[in-house]
Design a protein around this ligand. Structure first.
Ligand SMILES: [Zn+2]
Length: 352
């Protein structure tokens, strides 16, 4: 991706918004091909990059933009680097946010087969909204990512009045307080989309193999459902990510009783059968929380139609030492990965 002035045709790699010479808004131009112009082989492991050898490539696109990228495959100078999409519903796409969150979201979603949206599509977005906390703490979905997902949908043809941002409080804190401090309220009003308190909606009973779920009826009136979790490590759960977030579509009472009666992995195996199909999960891994709640800058976006696979890929990226039970049966080698390879983005965040 690069940014070009429509008048003087100057280009920038960073989204500086306006040309400093002409004061015109820059146009976003996609770069489709990148050529290798430099290769370094790294053989010394570090705490954050423990697996060696790996390669650091210097890439150049057709407009002369250059950047460095880690690779597990060796490339020769002059070779082209490209990324194949994976259309399987099991696939997980990984893309790094360089400067432009929109580019990362567009790329990640495109790599798993895209999303169909038109002006009549009713859309619900479920970001992580657990606590009233400022964005830098990494507790909730980053508001810039929520903002960009809404803009991505509008760019694809959706109407803002058909988009709802959903949330629900499972404790004493009113959802409005969390929405305000996390800056979600501001994002919603700027984009003219509504904030929906799921606790105020009707719930429908679904039974799967003697498990009784009560799920918000809103979910069954939508054309597009987007699960938008922040992906974090967690001292008890191991991973607090895509699957944990989806519980917010449940009735609070149903959620608490299920959690009390059953282990998470039992619920997770049934949960998918009770939810509508084709829920798109866009996982935000910008400021990722370690188990001690301190954050590490990772700057990734993941996309998948399978939320368990996404959590499994995220655990692998963070080199999590022991997997939570609900992820143990999901073999990493069976998950098709598009975009960046797991080994290229692995980062032992607990080591720093
Ligand atoms: Zn210019």
């Amino acid at each position: 991706m690069f940014y070009q002035c429509p008048k003087c045709k100057s280009c920038w790699q960073q989204p500086i918004i306006k040309c400093p010479n002409c004061f015109l808004e820059l146009e976003r131009i996609k770069s489709n091909k990148a050529k290798v112009i430099g290769v370094s082989r790294v053989t010394i492991p570090t705490l954050t990059h423990p697996k060696v050898p790996y390669f650091v490539l210097v890439l150049e696109d057709e407009s002369g933009n250059r950047w460095a990228q880690k690779s597990v495959e060796e490339y020769k100078i002059g070779e082209e680097v490209s990324f194949k999409p994976e259309s399987s519903s099991e696939a997980v796409a990984i893309w790094r946010v360089k400067y432009d969150i929109l580019e990362a979201i567009e790329k990640a979603v495109e790599l798993i087969g895209g999303i169909k949206v038109n002006q009549d599509s009713k859309i619900i977005i479920l970001p992580t909204l657990f606590v009233p906390a400022h964005p830098y703490l990494g507790e909730n979905t980053n508001p810039q990512v929520l903002n960009t997902v809404i803009k991505f949908l509008i760019k694809k043809g959706a109407k803002s009045e058909n988009i709802k941002v959903a949330g629900q409080s499972f404790d004493e804190v009113p959802i409005e307080a969390s929405a305000q401090k996390s800056q979600f309220l501001q994002v919603c009003s700027e984009n003219k989309v509504s904030l929906l308190d799921l606790a105020q909606t009707e719930f429908v009973a679904k039974t799967v193999d003697s498990f009784n779920f009560e799920i918000s009826a809103e979910l069954y009136n939508q054309d597009v459902i987007i699960n938008l979790p922040t992906l974090n490590l967690h001292p008890k759960l191991g991973v607090a990510g895509a699957t944990e977030n989806i519980f917010k579509f449940f009735n609070k009472r149903s959620y608490l009783s299920l959690k009390y009666l059953f282990a998470s992995e039992q619920i997770f195996t049934k949960i998918n059968k009770s939810l509508p199909e084709n829920i798109l999960t866009i996982g935000e891994a910008m400021n990722v929380q370690k188990k001690n709640k301190l954050t590490v800058l990772l700057s990734f976006v993941l996309a998948s139609y399978n939320m368990v696979n996404m959590d499994r890929v995220f655990a692998e990226i963070c080199l999590l030492d022991s997997l939570p039970n609900y992820l143990k049966k999901t073999k990493i080698e069976n998950i098709p990965v598009a975009g960046r390879k797991i080994k290229e983005v692995q980062f032992n965040i607990e080591s720093i």
